[in-house]
Design a protein around this ligand. Structure first.
Ligand SMILES: NC(=O)c1ccc[n+]([C@@H]2O[C@H](COP(=O)([O-])OP(=O)(O)OC[C@H]3O[C@@H](n4cnc5c(N)ncnc54)[C@H](OP(=O)(O)O)[C@@H]3O)[C@@H](O)[C@H]2O)c1
Length: 342
């Protein structure tokens, strides 16, 4: 199967979405401004990339924030840090040539000058670029690596997943099912509950906004939970934690339900649950695992091509959509991997 490369135009200027204010909680459109710059020129060892698809990821909330984080905050007045797929327009780097489609840290802008350390993968699989951004962007790679490395699924395990209908969660559910787990998805609407079951193969799913979560989950998992793939933290985590089996694994992959880390949110003390249930609670950051990306991408591509994995994309059109795109992730308004075609 070959997929034609997209045609792309070469604008005469470089539009950038710059971070102009530190977000308080979820980033708002007012935290960003659109600016027009000259098209940059690559130097020796660099490539000039025309961005085609800009990724919209919850991680950007952390990158825009000044709070302590695993990555340095984006400087005010700079283009917003973002993953993207783009095509090489000019290369002064021997590893890449004009026409290559690359995935990497290219920012919310029309063009990027990139050094090899900003480039994560060649997007060379026979799948549409939108699919590659979903599968091998941080969503798919995170689902695959966090589940296998931290969740360590065994056939017969009961796996609970939050943000189950989202980009990461939909892959976690499918991969877990493929590995023989009993899969239960938690998501925020009845439509998404139906989608979890009909499209992503979850055995069961609950709307965490309307369910009586503790007893309803107990009914779905009477034998307890072996793996909790947590993308929300907060009260959902507190509830699932109390239904974990001895030697269960919690994968702390996201904290979507926490509005702000300042002041520190409070909640039940959970130490005793961890101790008495002998749980393993692992934090996961996908950017720690770059050496594994190429293999993970090949595996995800194979599973998408043979029909083991389905993927959904939610494409906004035009770079001017970027400033308000992040808030869509926090209203639950996205249906699939959120991205912007430029
Ligand atoms: N650690 C890593 O390396 C890594 C890498 C990639 C992603 N992640 C994490 O994975 C999670 C999902 O990311 P994604 O890109 O796949 O996004 P996504 O799930 O496609 O979209 C975000 C979803 O979060 C849910 N959500 C928003 N606010 C919530 C709240 N207050 N309580 C509960 N759920 C809420 C919404 O789904 P509902 O409608 O179901 O509520 C929304 O659709 C995020 O937490 C992200 O930070 C972590």
């Amino acid at each position: 199967m070959t997929v034609p490369l997209p045609s792309y135009d070469l604008p005469a200027t470089n539009r950038q979405v710059q971070l102009v204010r530190r977000p308080q909680g979820v980033p708002l459109a007012e935290d960003f401004a659109l600016s027009t710059q000259a098209v940059p020129s690559p130097r020796h060892g660099e490539v000039l990339i025309r961005n085609l698809l800009l990724s919209v990821d919850p991680a950007q909330r952390g990158w825009a924030s000044a709070e302590a984080n695993y990555a340095s905050p984006v400087a005010l007045g700079s283009p917003m840090r973002a993953l993207a797929i783009g095509m090489v327009v000019e290369s002064l780097c021997p590893d890449y040539q004009a026409g290559d489609c690359l995935y990497g840290f290219f920012g919310w802008q029309d063009y990027a000058v990139a050094t090899p350390d900003q480039i994560i993968l060649k997007a060379h699989h026979p799948l549409p670029l939108e699919a590659q951004l979903a599968l091998f962007g941080i969503s798919g790679i995170t689902a695959y690596l966090a589940l296998t490395l931290c969740g360590r699924p065994q056939a017969g395990d009961t796996l609970v997943v939050s943000t189950a209908a989202g980009s990461v969660g939909s892959f976690v559910g499918q991969l877990g099912k493929h590995m023989g787990c009993h899969t239960i998805g938690l998501t925020g609407s009845d439509d998404k509950v139906a989608r979890c079951q009909s499209r992503y193969g979850y055995d069961q799913a609950l709307n965490y906004k309307t369910a009586d979560l503790a007893p309803d989950l107990q009914k779905l998992a009477p034998q307890g939970v072996d793996i909790y793939f947590d993308n929300t933290g907060g009260p959902i985590l507190d509830t699932v934690l109390r239904q974990m089996n001895v030697a269960g694994r919690i994968v702390q992959c996201g904290t979507a339900s926490i509005g702000s880390w300042s002041p520190l949110p409070t909640g039940p003390r959970n130490e005793r649950e961890i101790m008495t249930r002998r749980l393993t609670w692992s934090g996961f950051i996908v950017l720690d695992h770059r050496a594994r990306y190429a293999q993970a991408a090949d595996d995800m591509a194979r599973m998408a091509l043979d029909g083991t994995l389905v993927y959904d994309t939610h494409v906004l059109h035009g770079i001017e959509q970027a400033p308000k795109a992040l808030s869509l992730l926090y209203s639950g308004g996205n249906h699939g991997k959120l991205m912007i075609a430029v």
